[in-house]
Design a protein around this ligand. Structure first.
Ligand code: SF4
Length: 280
């Protein structure tokens, strides 16, 4: 794998077959011209609703099973009750700590240890709730990835530029690739273009980075963070797809620069270049 230094490298990669992660794509441009930026509060609200529903189901089951359990033995009834309270209490506490981390930028998620929120066992229920209220799966993923980025930012220590790995998709426009390359050069970081998950995994095994900035569509990012998120801190940046998936996509360069700065221990900046106050 070589450093991207121009579009030449891109020419060597065979064209991606549309459909790898976009099978079933209707051919229509997505909502909001392919820009699916979605507030983290959507995901957190659906997460809260999923936990609430779980409480309801648990209490219903308890209501139905409690007489039978008491018949078998008081010890069994007490054990099941205590187990249920422990599980539900852990979920409530987990959600509260995630919300506190997202609001304050402080690390309130002690069990984090590099475990990405995309690995939450509640994810299928959260997606169902989100789609039921009209959000696409990609928008829910976008919102989730933003929650994950904030948890990562609150957790990571300072990383050296040679310990940081930038993974780019090949669908970025040439202008965008050049801009990312220029920015990466300014921060002394090397960026790589990957043609797929296999190549990304090879790079991770070879470079053993302490932090990763991954750019891709929400579908590829979700697959990626579920794949490696448990082992390496990842900041995921979703591309914008005004011409549809897999061609001429672009990203918000401020988002990219602030991802660099987060890993390198520098204060984020706003669109005027002013440094923002660190919340953590
Ligand atoms: S990252 Fe780009 S090339 Fe890869 S599947 Fe998504 S839209 Fe297509």
């Amino acid at each position: 794998m070589s450093k991207i230094d121009s579009a030449n490298r891109m020419e060597q990669i065979p064209p991606r077959k549309l459909g790898d992660t976009w099978e079933g794509w209707s051919g229509e441009i997505e909502e909001n011209n392919g820009d699916l930026a979605t507030s983290p509060w959507y995901f957190l609200s659906f997460y809260g609703l999923a936990v609430l529903i779980l409480h309801g189901v648990a209490w219903l089951l308890w209501f139905l099973a409690e007489p039978r359990l008491a018949e078998i033995g008081v010890w069994l009834k007490k054990t099941v009750f205590a187990g249920g309270i422990a599980v539900l209490g852990t979920m409530d506490l987990g959600l509260l700590l995630i919300v506190a981390t997202v609001i304050t930028g402080q690390n309130f998620v002690p069990y984090y240890k590099g475990k990405h929120i995309a690995l939450s066992p509640l994810l299928p229920a959260i997606v169902k709730i989100g789609t039921a209220v009209g959000l696409s799966k990609d928008r829910i993923s976008n919102s989730l990835l933003q929650v994950g980025n904030r948890i990562t930012a609150a957790n990571i220590g300072r990383v050296q530029s040679n310990e940081l790995l930038i993974l780019l998709p090949r669908c970025l426009t040439k202008v965008m690739r050049d801009a990312v390359n220029e920015l990466a050069g300014r921060y002394g970081v090397v960026a790589y273009v990957c043609s797929g998950g296999q190549q990304a995994r090879q790079l991770l095994a070879e470079k053993k980075p302490k932090g990763v900035i991954a750019v891709a569509c929400e579908r590829d990012l979700m697959a990626g963070v579920q794949d490696v998120g448990a082992a390496i801190p990842v900041i995921a940046i979703a591309n914008k797809r005004p011409e549809g998936p897999c061609r001429n996509t672009h990203i918000d360069m401020l988002e990219m620069e602030n991802a660099f700065r987060t890993f390198l221990g520098e204060r984020p900046i706003d669109r005027t270049g002013e440094q923002l106050e660190l919340v953590k």
